[in-house]
Design a protein around this ligand. Structure first.
Ligand SMILES: Nc1ncnc2c1ncn2[C@@H]1O[C@H](COP(=O)(O)OP(=O)(O)OP(=O)(O)O)[C@@H](O)[C@H]1O
Length: 225
């Protein structure tokens, strides 16, 4: 689905603190599969996620999405592709305090111009599917960590993306909640979504739900299974 070739990513390029977070990545993320990136802290996993999800651009190399080279597209096209193709679940969930679960979920769908009634219906459906219907009107800061993550997952799915991207999805969860997350993941994988995540957690990387584990170190891919 997404192919990266010859990817390098520098931060603070040309400055005294220039740092190459990714250093020659060739990777094809297969459609309808669950891929996990594993590696020590600082190995470049999150940086790679942001490039796959078109949240950032590589300093060098090409990104192809379903066969089309999107590396050189202007920002507004990239934003559109990002919205249609990817849903993101961030490690800290990045929900907006003061807004209800429902309002947080429909937020990324506003730019699509779809009617609010339709969005609410879809959001309600997602909440129900993740056993969170009863919390629809709760402000997100009232929710537990596990509930907040499920709201974040609903938000990631509101635009019905082809792919879901999750950064350390179980890092803030206890074992019970992490297992619940894996069950949700299994359901999403079962409906044919492409899933890319980073994880240190053996509960994730050794799970049968994960098709492929890509091992990173020092901004490079060093192994995979
Ligand atoms: N915006 C930035 N500016 C400068 N350096 C950055 C920036 N983002 C990341 N880095 C550096 O790039 C390297 C890779 O970071 P990245 O977050 O991708 O690693 P990671 O493998 O996801 O680590 P972790 O498991 O701790 O999240 C790190 O050394 C980090 O300090």
């Amino acid at each position: 689905m997404i192919e990266l070739s010859g990817i390098r990513k520098a931060f603070n390029q040309g400055q005294h603190n220039e740092y190459w977070a990714l250093n020659g990545i060739d990777l094809a993320i297969e459609a309808n599969k669950v891929t996990a990136l594993r590696g020590p802290s600082g190995s470049g996993k999150t940086t790679l996620l942001t490039l796959v999800g078109c949240l950032a651009r590589p300093t060098e190399g090409r990104v192809r999405l379903n066969g089309t080279d999107i590396s050189g597209l202007p920002e507004r096209f990239l934003t559109e592709i990002r919205r249609r193709t990817f849903g993101f679940v961030f490690q800290q969930f990045n929900l907006i305090k003061g807004l209800t679960a429902l309002d947080n979920i429909i937020l990324p769908a506003y730019p699509t111009g779809r009617p609010r009634r339709e969005l609410l219906e879809r959001a309600e459906g997602l909440l129900a599917r993740l056993n969170l219907g009863h919390r629809r009107a709760a402000k997100v800061e009232w929710l537990s960590g596990g509930e907040q993550q499920r709201v974040a997952i609903c938000r990631a799915l509101i635009n019905d993306p082809e792919a879901l991207i999750a950064d350390e999805p179980t890092a803030n969860l206890d074992t019970h909640l992490a297992k619940e997350f894996m069950a949700i993941l299994e359901g999403l994988a079962g409906e044919g979504r492409t899933i890319l995540l980073t994880s240190h957690d053996p509960l994730v990387t050794e799970s049968d739900v994960v098709d492929r584990v890509v091992e990173m170190r020092d901004g490079q891919i060093v192994d995979e299974r």
